[in-house]
Design a protein around this ligand. Structure first.
Ligand code: ADP
Length: 485
């Protein structure tokens, strides 16, 4: 099983595939080469030999005609020459006249006989034929005896010669080619293994670099510019590493912020209770002081409670949390309810809350999360406002989105802080926020809730003049990825 897996890994590896491709490309010509060389040699030698025979016959043609050999078959010179050709190639030469009678046969077997063959008939029509019979190892050349002046074909040579020497030479050549083939195959295999290793080396290196970092996200960036692919791979890896690094830093910061925020009310309570105990040691503590300290301790408990509630809300709003209950909701009514709850709080500081809505809006939202998001914005509008100020909420809608605008006449947010206010525990003025019961989590919760609805939130503010938050949420909820703010 384990071995099978290893084999599969090897087969699936890029190294193996590159090696196979290189071997195929390298070896295919070597295998084809053998046939090509041997066949080429054979064809070439046969055709050279046939052409030499034709030349010799055509040279002999003149002597045959001059000697009137075709008429009486008597000429020692011609006989000699015909025998010479036959001896030269260890073959047989037959001379035929225009009546297809054999005038001369160097084997002396068929003189006087008549011979009719397709090649012969074609020869008398002026065509030369070469025929190579590889199975029986001979070449047959049929060529004409032509009258010099009239160009008339008056006779024909039939020359057949054995090709044993060609076959032997082919065999020898085949052995040499085989040796060459073996050497070439060896060289190609070695070169393919070397080149395939060389080709995949950058990928190996990049993997080794990625592994060498281990869990230490702060280790150096990797760089492998050898190939575009490895350069892109290292770039993507570095980007992912930076993202993880940022995530890890933010997680650590969050944990330390949470512990700090949770500890602060505890420390206050401890100081208050310690001082009561201390005072009790020196005598009777007045009831009013007890009362006052108890109220302070109660406030610190409320604060602790608020931080824990906000933290739980934030955790529920985690982007990866599947906990979302979408319902068709009348947004005008829902916001009406939120404002009804907040109006008494605003009234304490003489702050006027007004809702402006043009059309009824029905949208798919998670009512609890959407309520949290809007409540936080309106609460902030009240908290960071002047006495007798105002908070205006307006609702709008188009074919795809609805919009909630929360505008206040408050203290505003300095430009340099506007980007960070959505971060967890970020507060422009820490002590002021604490004084008015802020935890620094409200806008983080709002942003997260808006993102869960695949919406967007923006802030516009001028210090001393007021702040406007605008929220845009799709009317229909879909499972797609959330938009970035
Ligand atoms: P907090 O609980 O402190 O209000 P938030 O996350 O709701 O925390 O807001 C973060 C910070 O942004 C606040 O501490 C405050 O300084 C600033 N802020 C938020 N809303 C407003 C607003 N409407 N006007 C002025 N400042 C605001």
């Amino acid at each position: 099983m384990k071995q099978g897996g290893k084999l599969k890994r090897i087969i699936q590896s890029m190294h193996f595939r590159v090696l196979i491709v290189l071997l195929l490309i390298g070896l295919a010509p070597v295998f084809l080469m053998k046939g090509g060389i041997l066949n080429g040699f054979e064809e070439q030698t046969v055709s050279m030999r046939a052409s030499m025979i034709r030349n010799q016959c055509s040279r002999l043609s003149a002597d045959i005609i001059d000697a009137g050999y075709l008429q009486d078959g008597s000429s020692d010179v011609v006989d000699k020459e015909l025998n010479q050709i036959a001896d030269l190639y260890s073959g047989r030469v037959i001379l035929v006249n225009s009546r297809y009678e054999i005038i001369r046969d160097t084997y002396l077997l068929d003189v006087g006989k008549t011979i009719i063959a397709r090649e012969l008939i074609e020869c008398f029509q002026g065509k030369t034929t070469d025929y190579y019979n590889a199975e029986n190892d001979f070449i047959e050349v049929v060529c004409p005896v032509t009258e010099e002046t009239t160009k008339a074909v008056v006779g024909a040579f039939i020359v057949s010669i054995p090709t044993t020497d060609i076959i032997v030479a082919r065999r020898n050549l085949s052995r040499d080619v085989l040796i060459l083939e073996v050497v070439l195959i060896g060289l190609i295999i070695a070169a393919s293994i070397y080149s395939s290793r060389l080709l995949v080396r950058p990928f190996r290196k990049v993997t080794a670099m990625m592994n060498s970092g281990g869990t230490d996200f702060l280790s150096d960036d990797i760089s492998m510019p050898e190939y575009t692919e490895t350069a892109l791979l290292s770039e993507a890896y570095n980007q992912m590493r930076h993202r993880l690094q940022a995530q890890e830093e933010s997680r650590q910061m969050f944990v330390s912020n949470v512990s700090h925020e949770l500890k602060t009310p505890m420390t206050s309570m401890k100081v208050l209770s310690d001082s009561l105990i201390q005072q009790a040691e020196f005598g009777e503590v007045p009831n009013e002081l007890y009362h006052e300290f108890m109220i302070d301790i109660g406030e610190e408990i409320d604060r602790e409670n608020k931080i824990i509630t906000d933290l739980l809300d934030l955790v529920k709003m985690d982007r990866n949390s599947p906990d979302i209950h979408i319902e068709d909701t009348n947004i005008n009514d829902l916001i009406g309810l939120i404002l009804k709850r907040l109006r008494p709080i605003a009234a304490k500081r003489g702050i006027e809350i007004a809702l402006e809505s043009y059309k009824p809006i029905i949208a798919q939202v998670d009512q609890t999360k959407f309520t949290l998001a809007v409540s936080n914005l309106v609460e902030n509008g009240i908290k960071y406002n002047k006495e007798n100020g105002w908070v205006h909420i307006s609702l709008n809608v188009d074919s795809t989105y609805f919009f909630v605008k929360v505008q206040d006449s408050g203290i505003g947010i300095p430009l340099q802080d506007q980007e960070q206010i959505f971060e967890r525990f970020y507060r422009v003025d820490k002590s002021h926020s604490r004084e008015i019961g802020g935890t620094g989590l409200g806008l983080a919760i709002t942003r997260q809730a808006v993102l869960m609805h695949h919406g967007a939130i923006r802030v516009y503010s001028r210090e001393g003049e007021g702040t406007t938050f605008t929220v845009r949420i799709p009317l229909r909820y879909s499972e797609q990825e959330a938009e970035e703010v």
